[in-house]
Design a protein around this ligand. Structure first.
Ligand SMILES: Nc1ncnc2c1ncn2[C@@H]1O[C@H](COP(=O)(O)OP(=O)(O)OP(=O)(O)O)[C@@H](O)[C@H]1O
Length: 339
């Protein structure tokens, strides 16, 4: 039996069916990200698990207890939201003691817990500060400290870094992962940022329109997307219908299915490469290129089909618009999709 067993959860707001049968098992100590486009139901699923939202159908078993009907305050789940939800008129210490006072914990025990958790999030020197005098990142670390102070069974994080600027965000991603692993706390993290999900998670649960598209390790999701949606959402794959594949490659698609090809698995050259049985070799024409950071993104026309091809940007654009080029790729990098 898994630590968290989420079975067939459905949730609608009036006629808007937001969750359409979500089933997911999570093991103790796992870090799972819910990833997907805006409006696909990530936050709603998290709120249903926390008990802040009721569900229409399905069950949620946590640590062998069916908590489907259990009120939020009795589920022993910690939560951090996008907005810094600290009390502005209380110091960091008072913010942290608040949930403990509600649990009627003696003051002396509270102090030890607060010192411990401030040490974990690296804010020991901010104990007497008010939230207004802390940076956004520091406020989120206090919110995280408050969520873990009672050592909950599960930590639910709803886009906690979305209001934090890019540079600090990277540091906080590392911090959150470190703390999660140190405490071995089972965590579900909502994000629509695939890099964030890829770098932090043990597994990613990719959601699309209220359904799970794929649940995999980050590497597997990246290298073996199962569906057209997964291939397009992760890694910006070229996705070709069987007809498009036939037109570009002049041969039938693998298994006659929709095919996904990762842009960086295609090599460009001016000389025709020596082919072999394991390679595809195609003639194409550069449409345009765009550099983003250290990557050059080319659009290349092959028999009327546009391919996306990524190469490392070493110093200058190697291929000009309109230039005739050769493309080569390993046949095993043409991945058949389920739909
Ligand atoms: N309390 C509510 N009442 C009515 N509709 C709601 C409520 N909460 C969410 N919804 C609707 O449910 C759908 C999914 O919303 P949700 O916030 O779960 O998406 P999300 O994947 O977290 O998106 P985002 O990344 O933009 O936060 C949306 O159509 C939203 O309008």
């Amino acid at each position: 039996m898994s630590y968290m067993e989420i079975s067939n959860i459905e949730k609608a707001f009036d006629k808007n069916e937001v969750l359409k049968g979500i089933s997911l098992n999570i093991e103790q100590g796992e870090f799972v990200s819910l990833l997907g486009p805006s409006g696909c139901g990530k936050s709603t699923l998290l709120r249903c698990l926390s008990g802040l939202e009721t569900i229409d159908k399905g069950t949620f078993v946590l640590d062998r207890n069916d908590v489907t009907e259990t009120p939020a305050q009795n589920r022993n789940i910690g939560m951090v939201f996008q907005q810094y939800s600290l009390f502005p008129n209380m110091t960091v210490e008072e913010n942290l003691s608040f949930p403990l006072t509600i649990q009627k914990m003696p003051k002396a025990d509270q102090k030890a817990k607060i010192d411990d958790v401030l040490n974990i999030v690296g804010l020991t020197d901010k104990k007497k500060a008010y939230p207004g005098n802390l940076s956004g990142g520091q406020q989120q670390r206090v919110a995280l400290a408050r969520a873990i102070i009672s050592r909950p069974k599960v930590l639910l994080l709803d886009e906690p870094l979305s209001a934090i600027d890019a540079k600090l965000r990277k540091n906080l991603q590392i911090e959150i992962r470190r703390i999660q692993q140190e405490l071995n706390i089972t965590t579900i993290f909502v994000t629509h940022d695939q890099d964030e999900a890829m770098s932090m998670s043990d597994r990613i649960c990719l959601l699309n329109d209220g359904r799970i598209e794929q649940v995999s390790s980050p590497i597997e999701l990246y290298t073996k997307p199962k569906t057209r949606f997964a291939a397009s959402f992760i890694g910006h794959y070229n996705v070709l219908s069987p007809e498009e594949f036939l037109q570009a490659f002049q041969m039938a698609a693998p298994d006659n299915k929709m095919t996904a090809i990762r842009p960086e698995t295609i090599q460009i050259s001016t000389e025709k490469p020596e082919g072999n049985d394991s390679m595809h070799t195609l003639s194409g024409k550069i449409i345009n290129n765009r550099s983003v950071g250290n990557t050059l993104h080319y659009h290349i026309d092959v028999n009327g089909i546009t391919f996306k091809v990524d190469t490392l940007f070493r110093s200058f654009a190697l291929y000009k618009d309109e230039q005739q080029v050769w493309l080569s790729l390993e046949k095993r990098n043409c991945l058949p999709l389920e739909d």
